[in-house]
Design a protein. Sequence first.
Length: 165
Amino acid sequence: MTTHWAGYLALILFVIAYVFVMVEEFTHFRKSKPVILVAGLIWAIIAGVYASNGLPHAAEEALRHNILEYAELFLFLLVAMTYIEAMRERHVFEKLKVWLISRGFSFRQLFWLTGFLAFFISPIADNLTTALIMGAVVMAVGGSNTRFISIGFVNIVVAANAGGA
């Protein structure tokens, strides 16, 4: 389909949706609306082309596969965020913050410690879960120090990917 007219049309629609996403600040048009609309249009075009060529089952199989992948990711994120929220509700991050601060760690030591922990947690947990957990720790410890928080997040992502599953 990459050289078919439908492939070119899908690409044009994608670019148009992407432009709407980029100018969202000026248009005040939610990013999700053009993306979802164009995704539906692209799937409809693909289904129409496959049906007209006598291959409706191939389009159906591809759609089912993509919906399954989306559902898996959605459920994983739902569980991970529920886990993080349960830990926040039980003040785990606040207690960890107090423990880390009472030890007298500097921001530099906290930077290395959170990276070290992310590196070794990521093979056990998922990279995304590790980033969510350690990100919550960095936010709790960093307070209003946005410089530490932003560089700490970068450190966590790099460490989780380096040690990850």
